[in-house]
Every structure is written in structure tokens, then in C-alpha cells.
Design a protein around this ligand. Sequence first.
Ligand SMILES: *[C@@H]1O[C@H](CO)[C@@H](O)[C@H](O)[C@H]1NC(C)=O
Ligand SMILES: *[C@@H]1O[C@H](CO)[C@@H](O)[C@H](O)[C@H]1NC(C)=O
Ligand SMILES: *[C@@H]1O[C@H](CO)[C@@H](O)[C@H](O)[C@H]1NC(C)=O
Ligand SMILES: *[C@@H]1O[C@H](CO)[C@@H](O)[C@H](O)[C@H]1NC(C)=O
Ligand SMILES: *[C@@H]1O[C@H](CO)[C@@H](O)[C@H](O)[C@H]1NC(C)=O
Ligand SMILES: *[C@@H]1O[C@H](CO)[C@@H](O)[C@H](O)[C@H]1NC(C)=O
Ligand SMILES: *[C@@H]1O[C@H](CO)[C@@H](O)[C@H](O)[C@H]1NC(C)=O
Length: 426
Amino acid sequence: MVRKMHPTLLPPILFRLVALLAIVPFVNTDTSHILRRSLYPSRLRHLRFQQRDVIPDLLEGWTAVGCYTDNVAARTLTFVGYTDTKNMTVDNCVNFCNTQNFVYAGVEYGQECYCGNVISNGGTTALDSDCSFPCNGNANETCGAGGRLNLYWSGAVPPAAPVIAPNNGLWISLGCYNDSPATRTLTVPTAVLGGASNNSVQSCTDTYFSSGYPLAGVEYSRECYCGTAIANDGAPTPPGDCPMVCSGNSSEFCGGPNRLNVYNYTGTDLPPITAPPVEGGGGGSPVFPVLSDLQVGWSYNACWVDNAHGRVFQTEFPDNQMLTVQGCAALCSSKNFSLAGLEYSVQCFCGDNLVQGSVKVPDNECDMGCSGNATEACGGRDRLSVYTSTGSVTTFPIPTVQTIDLPGNWHYSRCLAEPGAIRIFP
Ligand SMILES: *[C@@H]1O[C@H](CO)[C@@H](O)[C@H](O)[C@H]1NC(C)=O
Ligand SMILES: *[C@@H]1O[C@H](CO)[C@@H](O)[C@H](O)[C@H]1NC(C)=O
Ligand SMILES: *[C@@H]1O[C@H](CO)[C@@H](O)[C@H](O)[C@H]1NC(C)=O
Ligand SMILES: *[C@@H]1O[C@H](CO)[C@@H](O)[C@H](O)[C@H]1NC(C)=O
Ligand SMILES: *[C@@H]1O[C@H](CO)[C@@H](O)[C@H](O)[C@H]1NC(C)=O
Ligand SMILES: *[C@@H]1O[C@H](CO)[C@@H](O)[C@H](O)[C@H]1NC(C)=O
Ligand SMILES: *[C@@H]1O[C@H](CO)[C@@H](O)[C@H](O)[C@H]1NC(C)=O
């Protein structure tokens, strides 16, 4: 059987072959082992693992690359998948990364799953024996170790590293700008053709060209805004502030949290300004909260504001293109949370209370359909459809600095930035 070889494996193997040819007259059992390993990549996976080597259900095309270094501060695979403290297995992690369209998956520390399209931050091969932790979901498999991951590859060529698209036709990049939900830098939101999962510089600027706006910006991977001018003190920020790839094109950046990549139309043929298309994840049909058909004990609470002062839930799960209210509530329930929140068609949050001073708004502000069921309301832009298993929702105000009632002679000084990795208090 011919297997595709991971490109980073080739040089060491060629090197080993050359080294081997040089010492052929002195072949011993060790080097013949290396020869088998080099000539029969299909045996590679088997031989790279010592006692634990059986990966029964690995998805078609995926193969083991080996044991790699990792670093908590600078990940080898930069997309943090999930931690499963009970049932991490190689195929569970590979399946997860595969559904998120990544070409690499890595299991670490017996319980962690990472995904990526590039081997980043200088991650490199480590001794196989370094990857010594059994997977907590199947002790026959190896799931890395501290600072080590077992890397798997789908066989697909990784897409090119993303760039800030310099232009789309006559739309020219002005770079990364700051933004805030309360005071938008570009004030008019829109839905791009194909929905939030198809957001890109092209789909966003094309949409606004038709609406006649000269400035367009892409934010937080999935969002698209426009305006006639940079508003509300919006100002350029360093390019590294806009690190999120576009939901509809992984080759280019679409802003970041409260950051947008702004484009300026430099042609003279814009049509007159008209209202841009409105969003509505479910395809524009009316949407409703789910009032029955939920799991026992769960009920709808209300539509709540998110992100006015920060996220109001503390736990967010990866975007789900098949999200339903029942699915999110079941997930939160299985993790023993008492609240579930759905936002922007595809986002599921869990928690036990709402923080950052969230407030209730009328149900009709949660106007986007769920990605997995267009008639169910799944929040909106910065709006959460919230479900509870206790019949109520507890909220906490925006946190403030404690300046009174401090013990002894302590008093509050000020808030200091801690730049980079250098600690202010050694
Ligand atoms: C562990 O994951 C596998 C694959 O998803 C699943 O079939 C199995 O039921 C899970 N086991 C537990 C105890 O959750
Ligand atoms: C692990 O391997 C042993 C011995 O081959 C086998 O009996 C057992 O079923 C395996 N366990 C799993 C979870 O695959
Ligand atoms: C995706 O992004 C790349 C880089 O900006 C660009 O060259 C390409 O045309 C884009 N493709 C689509 C379909 O937008
Ligand atoms: C996604 O956006 C591109 C670029 O604007 C467009 O050509 C394509 O038709 C859109 N996809 C869907 C499914 O609407
Ligand atoms: C956009 O480009 C036009 C030239 O086509 C220029 O007059 C205008 O100042 C630019 N706008 C911004 C915000 O840079
Ligand atoms: C689930 O939450 C309840 C109430 O907070 C707690 O008593 C219980 O121990 C938790 N169960 C698990 C499995 O964490
Ligand atoms: C969509 O959700 C509604 C309300 O929960 C439910 O009645 C309906 O059966 C769902 N449709 C599908 C196709 O699952």
C-alpha cells in the first residue's frame, strides 16, 4: 500500500537512508530496523508507537506524523480545540479537527486536542518516547505528554498562511482598526451573500459596493460592517491586532475581537447609497424561542445583551454549523451548567450566571435562526437566546475596582499593563 508521506518526514528519512548506505557492510539489527522504517512508510505508524499503537477508527486519509514539541505560551497547533477529562482519544480529536477543516490534529497531556493548518512557533519532532501519556479515553493510544503532542495529518496540502488582503479590485486595504460594540467604527452591519460563514474581504466589499458605501470592514472572522466615514474615534492599530481568518476564506484575515480590517473603495462608480441586506442566519423566515420539546427541566428565559462590556458567559464552544437550541442545552446540561446561551446562529455558550451587567431585551431582538434549524431563534449579533435548567437567571454587574473596605493600610493604586512575557512583579 502506498501512503502519502508527510513532507516534514522526508528529509530525516532521506538522511537516514544515506547514512545507512554508507554503513551497509556493518548492518546490525538496529539499522535494518531503520531501513524497514524508511522504506515502508506504511509501517511507520506502527513502529513509531511502542506499546500503544492501535488506532482502530482513524478517519480515511489521516496518518500519524509523530511526536512533536509544544509550548504552552506558543502553540505548535494554534487552534485550541478542546479538553476532555474523560474520553480523549486520537480519533475523537482527529474527527473534531477534520470537521473544522484543519489538516493537522494533535493530542496532548492525555486529554487535550489542538488543530491547525501549519506547524507553528518552531514546533519540531521529538523522541517518540517523549509522547508517553495514555489517552484518557483509550489507554492503548498515546496522547502526547506535558509539552509534547502526537501529531496527525489529513494528507491534504495545508492552505497558504493567511494574509491581510491588500485589495479586492478597487477596494484598498487601510489596515487594522479598533472597534467597539457600543460605538462602531463603521456603523452599518450587514449580512454577506451566503451568510456569516461565507464572510471574506470579497463577499463583504461586494455586498457594500451594491449598497453604495465607500468603506467596508471585516471583523471577528464572521462580521461585515460599512460606513461613509471612519466614525466614533476609530483609529488604526497594529496589524497583529487583526489575527482572525475569515470564516469564508482561510487565506485572509478578517479582523479580531473588537478589531476590523478596513477597505476603502477608490473607484468613482459607486451606486447611490441604499440599505444593505439585513442579517438573519436562518434565511430570513420568522424565528421563535423554543418553548416545548426541550430536555426535562430546561425552559426558555429571555433574550439578553452580550458584549456591551465583555462576554456575559464564561464558556464558549466552537462554532457549530448545525446548532439547535436542543443541542446547545443538551451540551450545557451534560457539562453540568445550568444556563445555555445561543448567539449569532452558530455560537453555543454555557454558564451558571451572566456577568458584565447583561440586560434583558425584547424577544424580537434575538432574530437570527439557528444554523441547524432555521425556525428556532439563536440570538443575534450581540444578542443571546438564554435557556435555564433552574427556572431563573442570576446576573452580576460590571466588575469594579474595590477602593474601600480594604484591610490594614492597603489602598488601591492603579491598573498597570504587563507587556509581553515580562512580569512586573518578578
Ligand atoms: C467516547 O467517545 C466515543 C467516540 O465519540 C463514543 O463512542 C463513546 O460513547 C464515548 N464514551 C463516553 C464514556 O463518553
Ligand atoms: C486495548 O488493548 C487490549 C489488548 O489488546 C484490548 O483487550 C482492549 O480491548 C483494548 N482497549 C481498547 C479501549 O481498545
Ligand atoms: C481568498 O483570499 C485570498 C487572499 O486574500 C485571495 O487571493 C482569494 O482570491 C480569496 N478567494 C475568495 C474566493 O475570496
Ligand atoms: C460566498 O461569497 C462569494 C464572494 O462574494 C460568492 O461568490 C459566493 O456566491 C458566496 N457563497 C454563497 C454560498 O452564497
Ligand atoms: C479613500 O480613498 C479616496 C480616494 O479614492 C480618498 O479620497 C479617501 O480619503 C480615502 N478614505 C480614507 C478613509 O482613507
Ligand atoms: C452538578 O452540579 C450540582 C449543583 O451545582 C452539584 O451538586 C453536582 O455535584 C454536580 N455534578 C457533577 C458531576 O459535577
Ligand atoms: C425545528 O425546530 C422546531 C422547534 O423546536 C421543531 O418543531 C422542528 O421539528 C425542528 N425542525 C427540524 C427539521 O428538526
